[in-house]
Design a protein around this ligand. Structure first.
Ligand code: F0G
Length: 354
C-alpha cells in the first residue's frame, strides 16, 4: 500500500481544504523529477524534467482538477463543464466520474489527440465537438456556466490554479530549493500562473528561493509573444493550439516579476526536441510538453540561460496521449519479417552484438 494519499491530503495547509472538502483523489501528484544526464552534459547545465505525464490521467491537469472537482462537490454542484484541447477534458471526465458528477466537455473538432478523446469517452463524459477552435469553445462554456447551474472547471476557475501550484512545492522539496530556471509550455497560461504562485508561496514559508520563469508558446499560436490575439492558431502541438490565452496578463506578470520571459518555438523545434528527448533520455512526452525543452535549447544557445544553470523543464503530458504524431514523426518504421528465425537473423545483419 503506497503511503502517498494525493494532493489534497498532502498539501492541505496550502490549499482551500476545510472540514467539508471531500478528500477526493486518484493519487495524483508526487511525479518524478528526472535528471537528464546526457542533455545536461551536452548543454553544460543541470537539467531536470518534471514528468507530469505520470499523473493518473497522464497530464498535469489532474493536480488542478482534483481541487476544482472537490470544491464543486463541496458546494453541492451536480455537474462540471470545460472547453479543452484534450487533457483538461480527460482529467475532468476522470475526476467527475470519481466524484459522481455529470461531466460535459467541448473540444475542437478533429484537433485533439486520439488518446485524449479515448479518455473522455471512456470515463463517460458527454463530449461535444465544436466546429471551431479552443478559444471559441472556451467562450461558449464560460457563458453557459453563468446561465446554468454547472461548474466551470477550466483554469479560469481559481481552484484549478491552487491545485496546480503544488508541482512547484514538489520541485523545491526534491531539490531542496527552487531551480534557477523553470521552463514551461504556455497555452491558456494557467500553468505558468500556478507554478509562479506556488514558488512564491513556498518561498514565503520555507525560503526556498525563486526561479526565473521561462514560458514557451508554439510559434503558430504565440499570442503573448506577438502581443496580439491569433484568430486561427495552428501548431502540431494541439494541446497549446490557443490564440487568446485566458491568463495572458498573469503569464506576463510571472515572466516580468521573475526576470524571465515568454518566448516561442517552431513546430520543427518542438518535434526535434520530442524525438531527442525520447531517444537520448528515454522520456516520452507529448509534443506540447517538449516546447519547454525546445525553448531551453534555444536559450542556452543564445546565452539567455547561462551555462551551469539549474533548470527544471515541465513535461506537461505523456507521449502516449498522441500516438499519431509519434508515428508520423519518426521515419523509421518496424521491419516486417517472415515467421522464421533465419530470416530474422539475416535482417539483423551480422547479429545484435556486432
Ligand atoms: N501542455 C499540455 C500537455 C497541455 O494539455 C496544456 C493545456 C498545456 C501544456 C498548456 O497549459 O494552458 O495552462 O498554459 N491544455 C489545455 C487543455 C488547454 O484543454 O487540456 P496552460
Amino acid at each position: 500500500m503506497s503511503s502517498w494519499k494525493g494532493l489534497l491530503h498532502t498539501y492541505k495547509e496550502y490549499l482551500p481544504v476545510n472540514d467539508k472538502t471531500p478528500l477526493l483523489t486518484l493519487n495524483e501528484g508526487n511525479t518524478p523529477l528526472i535528471p537528464l544526464e546526457r542533455l545536461s552534459e551536452e548543454w553544460g547545465a543541470e537539467i531536470y524534467v518534471k514528468t507530469e505525464g505520470a499523473n493518473p490521467t497522464g497530464s498535469f491537469k489532474d493536480r488542478g482538477m482534483v481541487m476544482a472537482v472537490a470544491k464543486a462537490k463541496e458546494e453541492g454542484s451536480k455537474a462540471i463543464i470545460c472547453a479543452s484541447t484534450g487533457n483538461t477534458s480527460a482529467a475532468a471526465a476522470a475526476y467527475g466520474a470519481r466524484a459522481g458528477l455529470r461531466c460535459i466537455v467541448v473540444i475542437p473538432e478533429g484537433k485533439i489527440a486520439l488518446g485524449k478523446l479515448a479518455q473522455a469517452v471512456m470515463y463517460g463524459a458527454e463530449v461535444f465537438e465544436i466546429q471551431g477552435n479552443f478559444d471559441n469553445a472556451l467562450d461558449i462554456v464560460r457563458s453557459v456556466s453563468k446561465k446554468e447551474n454547472i461548474t466551470l472547471v477550466n483554469s479560469v476557475n481559481p481552484y484549478r490554479i491552487e491545485g496546480q501550484k503544488t508541482s512547484a512545492f514538489e520541485i523545491c522539496d526534491v531539490l531542496g530549493e527552487a531551480p534557477d530556471v523553470l521552463s514551461i509550455p504556455v497555452g491558456n497560461a494557467g500553468n505558468i500562473t500556478a507554478y509562479w504562485k506556488g514558488f512564491k508561496e513556498y518561498n514565503d514559508k520555507k525560503s526556498t528561493g525563486l526561479p526565473q520563469m521561462h514560458g514557451f508558446e508554439a510559434e503558430g499560436a504565440a499570442a503573448i509573444v506577438k502581443d496580439k490575439v491569433i484568430e486561427e492558431p495552428e501548431t502540431v502541438a494541439t494541446a497549446i493550439r490557443i490564440g487568446n490565452p485566458a491568463s495572458w496578463s498573469k503569464a506576463v506578470e510571472a515572466a516580468d516579476e521573475s526576470n524571465g520571459q515568454i518566448g516561442m518555438v517552431t513546430d520543427e523545434e518542438i518535434l526535434e526536441a520530442y524525438q531527442f528527448l525520447a531517444q537520448k533520455e528515454g522520456v516520452f512526452a507529448e509534443p506540447a510538453s517538449c516546447a519547454s525543452i525546445a525553448g531551453l535549447k534555444k536559450q542556452i544557445e543564445s546565452g539567455a540561460v547561462p551555462k551551469g544553470s539549474k533548470v527544471v523543464c515541465v513535461l506537461t503530458g505523456n507521449g502516449l496521449k498522441d500516438p499519431s504524431t509519434a508515428i508520423d514523426t519518426v521515419t523509421v518504421k518496424p521491419t516486417v519479417i517472415p515467421n522464421e528465425e533465419e530470416a530474422f537473423l539475416e535482417q539483423l545483419k551480422g547479429g545484435v552484438t556486432s
